[in-house]
Design a protein around this ligand. Structure first.
Ligand code: TYD
Length: 137
């Protein structure tokens, strides 16, 4: 998987004088069945989250409130995305190292995940991730 495949999805919105409404269905608006939802909140502005990659997990990351930066690394190239619109989600595929930082005050990061939590699915060591991403022993 390369960082080029980590695209922004743009959800639709139902505008209403009472407030906007956006909805997400698995396998329709995101490219997998949603097995898990988690969110980061009460995040100190100088915190760094992530710092890992996944073997099989696919995720979509949303800034439900506030903003933050998501840095991606596929072992060959890096890029970053600023998320600040709750309608725009960043797809993060397997074998992509991600770091999330530059949180605004009160930011809420919501993540939709394709699989239940499994620590065995994580690469938490960057060098180990790099070797695997580059198909090195
Ligand atoms: P981690 O994925 O390392 O968080 P982040 O990438 O945001 O820095 O998870 C932090 C801790 O929370 C770790 O001990 C595992 C636990 N955790 C769960 O138990 N279930 C989950 O779904 C997630 C995402 C984390």
């Amino acid at each position: 998987m390369t960082i080029d495949e980590c695209k922004i999805i743009d959800l639709s919105v139902v505008h209403d004088p009472r407030g906007d409404l956006t909805f997400i269905e698995g396998n329709r608006h995101v490219p997998f069945s949603i097995a898990r939802v988690y969110f980061l909140y009460n995040v100190p502005v100088d915190a760094e989250r992530g710092g890992h990659a996944h073997r099989a997990l696919q995720q979509v990351v949303f800034a439900m409130s506030g903003s933050f930066r998501v840095r991606l690394d596929d072992g060959a190239r890096t890029c970053h995305h600023w998320l600040s619109n709750p309608r725009k989600g960043l797809i993060i595929n397997p074998m992509i190292w991600r770091e999330i930082d530059s949180f605004s005050q009160g930011a809420v990061c919501m993540v939709l995940a394709s699989l239940p939590y499994d620590e065995a699915d994580y690469y938490r060591d960057y060098d180990e991730f790099l070797r695997a991403a580059r198909n090195q022993p």
